[in-house]
Design a protein around this ligand. Structure first.
Ligand code: MF3
Ligand code: CO
Length: 255
């Protein structure tokens, strides 16, 4: 599949999808505290999505059984929320959410600390977030995809984080996953030329230790092989002539 270029009407719909998803994240972030279950966070996030008249992108996607992917500590992505998984002080938790608004998807992820967390954990969260911003410095019409990928990867590695290779970002629009795939490390080619109107879900997934991951027997949860901590930061981004527009970030947001 080739990379889709969105029309002005489609961009407007994706912008609204992104804005609503940013509010979903903001509200989920507010209820994270020691003692809450990941099942409860999922139910709360799903309710907000539905109250907006939107559809959770992930529920039943290839059989995924929940609306929000919730991954704790050494889990990288695609953790399955449960009423029996209780967050405790010092944990870090990644919330990955997607919604469909009038046929268009938005997709974004944040990692939060639960109560007080270690300096190592906070560093990992900060570096993961910053690696996204390093990447999108190159998300401009006329640059190439690898300019994004390589700047994410080199920032992460300079800061001694592992870059998960098995999972990648993606184009997004009427489908949750569109072309191109967006690795978080340098490719051995320039990749596609970035063009105004492309919408990309850019999502570094980093580890505090070795970058290798394994799949759990639930068929979904991905975790680090060495049990080191992992963090995830994702936004849906619109390529323009100038600065990229981050569709899933509220202007007052500092996440
Ligand atoms: N945000 C994830 C991604 O970009 C989506 C999770 S897919 C699901 O690939 F199946 F787990 F829902
Ligand atoms: Co994604």
């Amino acid at each position: 599949m080739s990379v889709t270029i969105k029309s002005q009407r489609e961009i407007d719909l994706m912008r609204e999808a992104g804005r609503l998803l940013a509010i979903v994240h903001q509200k989920m972030g507010e209820i994270i505290k020691p003692g809450i279950s990941t099942g409860k966070i999922n139910d709360y996030g799903e309710k907000i999505i539905r109250d907006f008249g939107c559809i959770p992108s992930f529920l039943n996607y290839r059989g995924y059984p929940a609306s929000i992917c919730i991954s704790v500590n050494s889990e990288v992505v695609h953790g399955i929320p449960s009423d029996s998984i209780i967050l405790k002080e010092g944990d870090i938790v990644s919330l990955d959410a997607g919604l469909i608004y009038k046929g268009f998807h938005a997709d974004s992820a944040r990692t939060y600390g639960v109560g007080n967390i270690s300096e190592e954990a906070q560093n990992l969260i900060d570096i993961t977030r910053q690696s996204f911003f390093e990447g999108i410095k190159n998300a401009t019409d006329g640059k190439h995809l690898n300019d994004i990928c390589s700047s994410i990867g080199s920032y992460a590695m300079q800061n001694k984080c592992g870059v998960v290779k098995e999972l990648v970002g993606h184009g997004i629009g009427t489908e949750l996953h569109e072309a191109p795939q967006i690795p978080n490390y340098a490719m051995n080619r320039r990749g596609i030329k970035l063009q105004k109107g492309m919408t990309l879900a850019i999502e570094p997934m980093l580890t505090a230790g070795c970058p290798d991951v394994k799949w759990m027997s639930d068929g979904w949860t991905v975790r680090t092989k060495d049990n080191s901590l992992s963090a995830h930061y994702e936004n849906t981004v619109l390529i323009t002539d100038g600065e990229p527009e981050i569709l899933t970030l509220l202007s007052e947001e500092n996440q």
